[in-house]
Design a binder for this molecule. Structure first.
Ligand code: FE2
Length: 343
């Protein structure tokens, strides 16, 4: 399969993955053939692009980090945690079991590189984001040699990091207008509100709750709410902070379109030691693809290609499939120069 920007979608194209809403309900199933009206609907939902199956994407491996079933169940759970009436449906054991399933699927992967573009429905950003931060956090946590239990807590930390936003009106979270002072204060309080919510309703380990409180701290002490710095900030919070920023930058937000993964990666590298833990930035460079699998890229010689595989020690030099010939080219050995993503 390959990724294609929404403006390039054409009727008759077949979806390479389920398109879900933030409640985990399938809006369009994998394999669905798009009619013109469906493309307009996807556009209206704020989908920046989708994965499709076609001859150019044939043989390109699936970049999906987790199985469609686990993705649906996770979204349903995250959504439920944001709804008062559905809270009792999600006891701590069930949430922990889902986090454990996520860790198991990610640990079973051959490479554990984050290689996909997450397809989000704009209005449901918070739910997709919470799931994706959990996925990214576990991928960044694996190189620390954490065991299954610790990684499960890290996945929980990702799932729950923004749970304090349940106290902020969805209209405020997706507002394209300037926020009022009162609304801004409420948003800044979400780490504290989330921490208090977990203390009141659950008994998750301190590492999980501490992360919720501190996921907006900066490595140099300029974050909030405690203004801690360096190793004073719990490791989970340093990891989730990075996952949070990368996923937010590569998502459509009220005030801008999604940025390319390469731009988000550049920002993270530039802010090593300021916003981010420098050691973690090194791990990020080996674990998060700048040119995710299935993306169309332009080689410096003018040829178009689709990314087939990424290498942790050379993220800027993936293996690609040249279009339209289908020839394979390993940029590590063939010096074709820089790449640009084509949407
Ligand atoms: Fe947050």
């Amino acid at each position: 399969m390959r990724y294609i920007g929404i403006t390039k979608l054409e009727k008759g194209m077949a979806l390479g993955q389920d398109i879900c809403n933030g409640q985990g309900q399938v809006l369009f199933p994998e394999g669905f053939t798009l009619a013109y009206g469906d493309i307009q609907k996807l556009q209206g939902l704020g989908c920046p692009g989708v994965y499709i199956e076609d001859s150019f994407g044939k043989g390109v491996p699936s970049p999906m980090a987790i199985s469609p079933g686990l993705r649906r169940r996770s979204l349903e759970m995250i959504y439920g945690l944001f709804q008062d009436d559905r809270l009792p449906d999600f006891p701590q054991e069930d949430i922990t079991a889902l986090a454990g399933d996520l860790v198991q699927e990610l640990s079973a992967r051959k490479d554990a590189i984050y290689n996909m573009r997450d397809i989000k429905i704009y209005e449901d950003y918070t739910y997709f984001h919470s799931l994706n931060v959990a996925i990214l956090s576990v991928i960044l946590g694996i190189p620390y040699g954490m065991g299954q239990d610790e990684l499960t807590d890290l996945a929980l930390a990702g799932f729950l990091h923004d749970i304090g936003k349940r106290y902020v009106e969805p209209e405020v979270l997706s507002a394209k207008r300037m926020l009022t002072d009162e609304e801004r204060v409420l948003i800044v309080q979400h780490p504290k509100l989330g921490y208090e919510f977990l203390q009141k309703h659950y008994s998750f380990p301190q590492e999980v709750c501490g992360n919720v409180l501190e996921h907006h701290e900066w490595y140099n002490g300029c974050g909030y709410p405690l203004r801690r710095s360096g190793a004073e900030i719990p490791l989970f919070a340093r990891i989730v902070k990075m996952a949070d920023v990368f996923d937010a930058m590569t998502s459509k937000l009220p005030y801008r379109d999604p940025l390319e993964p390469s731009i988000a990666a550049e920002y993270i590298l530039e802010n090593a030691g300021a916003e981010f833990d420098p050691e973690l930035v090194g791990i990020f460079q080996r674990r998060v693809a700048v040119y995710p699998i299935g993306c169309e890229v332009l080689l410096s010689n003018g040829q178009q290609a689709v990314v087939m595989e990424n290498y942790g020690d050379a993220m800027l030099l993936p293996r690609v499939k040249i279009l339209p010939s289908g020839d394979l080219l390993d940029l590590r050995s063939d010096k074709a120069g820089g790449l640009v993503i084509l949407d």
